[in-house]
Write a protein that binds this ligand. Structure first.
Ligand code: HEC
Ligand code: HEC
Length: 210
């Protein structure tokens, strides 16, 4: 009798702990969905951004890079009113939520094609990239996680062009990159910027990390 009781008691315990495991497995799915719904409203459900360059594509960027960028917006180190708002502690309560949403974004495959330039300056674009940028960003413009560099390959050309322009002007609200970047960007003519952006938009976007 005692034995049966003890056995059924341990079965109850086992069942209860299985329920907890099941809930723990499900909670992040619902949580991630809710967290990402905000992002998707601007960046798209595939993280593909907006072709006109107002919102960058983020799908498939490594989670570490995304998380780092979110923290930069949160601290105001990188300026953008929209992102500072959506990366604040009200929308992403702690590092765990930042990590959850970053990993979700990293797993997205972009279905939105990158908006390209007019294709007239591709030789110039490839030359400027290999001369001035590939040393840090890599020839294929993929992400360099250890340096916090996002993949620029497959990004919308108007976004890249805008970044290069704003950073070189030192526009208020724009200084998101290190000072040394502004120096590189200042040397670029408008034609160089368009050519670089077109070159990058045609490279294959990052593969999602699943
Ligand atoms: C209201 C619109 C909006 C929402 C909501 C939003 N973003 Fe953004 N996001 C932007 C814009 C605009 C930029 C570009 C800012 C700039 O020009 O520097 C951006 C930039 C970014 C970048 C930097 C990309 C890069 O390559 O530099 C990341 C990462 C990012 N967003 C992730 C997210 C995540 C994750 C969420 C949800 C938690 C989110 N965003 C919610 C509009 C939004
Ligand atoms: C000395 C190394 C180095 C060189 C050279 C360099 N970059 Fe970068 N780049 C970085 C790093 C590091 C980041 C990450 C952001 C930061 O600086 O905070 C970055 C970020 C960027 C971004 C920001 C993407 C975003 O929205 O977050 C763009 C665009 C970019 N680089 C373009 C270029 C171009 C174009 C060139 C060549 C003219 C270039 N970079 C040369 C190191 C470099």
């Amino acid at each position: 009798m005692k034995k049966t009781l003890r056995r059924s008691f341990s079965l109850v315990i086992l069942f209860a702990s299985l329920c907890v495991v099941a809930r723990a497995g499900q909670a992040p799915v619902a949580e991630v969905r809710a967290l990402f719904a905000n992002c998707a409203a601007c960046h798209g459900t595939d993280g593909g951004g907006v072709a006109d360059g107002t919102v960058p594509a983020i799908g498939g960027q490594p989670a570490k890079v995304i998380a780092q960028q979110l923290l930069q917006f949160r601290s105001g180190q990188r300026k953008d009113l929209r992102m500072e708002h959506f990366a604040d502690a009200e929308h992403l309560t702690d590092e765990r939520q930042i990590d959850l949403v970053a990993r979700h974004v990293a797993g997205l495959r972009r279905s939105t094609p990158a908006k390209r330039g007019d294709g007239s300056q591709l030789v110039l674009g490839a030359r400027r990239w290999s001369e001035g940028c590939a040393g840090c960003h890599g020839a294929a413009a993929g992400a360099v996680v250890v340096r916090g560099i996002p993949a620029l390959a497959g990004q919308h050309a108007p976004y890249i062009e805008r970044k290069l322009r704003e950073e070189s002007n030192g526009m208020p609200g724009a200084p998101t990159l290190s000072q040394s970047h502004a120096l590189f960007f200042k040397k670029l003519t408008p034609a160089d910027r368009a050519a670089l952006a077109d070159h990058l938009s045609r490279l294959p976007p990052p593969e999602p990390a699943l």
